[in-house]
Design a protein. Sequence first.
Length: 210
Amino acid sequence: MALHHTCTHGEMSSQGTIWRTTNRLTIDWPSEPLGCCSEQEVSLTSCIVFKSSVSAHARDEMAESPVGSFQGCKYRDGYCSLKDGSLAIWTPEESEKCKYIFVSKMKGFLLGNVWLSDNKEFALSFNNNSYAIAKLHITKRDTLYQVGLVTSNQFASQLLALEGSIHSSVSAMFNLEWAMACNKMNTLWVALLSSLVTRHQTNLSSSQYY
């Protein structure tokens, strides 16, 4: 019904973003005096389909929606029967199961236990609480550990790689320290200008007074 907009209780038509049947309640009133003192029951069944949103928190399996209470319904099930008899159907997204939100892929430098992005806008600190640290399990092979001679080409390439790594780290550290020094100089310069302006205004007021 939700996909093909079909219903066993009648033909469905579109009214904006809502699909519904146009069934009308018809009451056959009894003629007097036979129906004056008797009770009759008339029922009508209609189908209504409309779109809404269903979400769930990463650490909570219960589904939530502005349609109504989804108490007892889990997001991963993809359906929920509401108290008023209606049925909510959705397709669970794999991203909703993740506890973290993807921001972007960034490149940076690792200085000790601190990682700094190239644009100097993001920084991460690594500690022993195992946050953001992947655990690697390495199984040693059953081979003899042999130490060979280091050739001149191998030693030169290792020194070149070490030089590039040190140059990148020192460059990133220098840029960070330079930015911090500039910020401190700007703060000191603003404070000095404010002091000079205040002192000039005080001297001007004193000269006008005398």
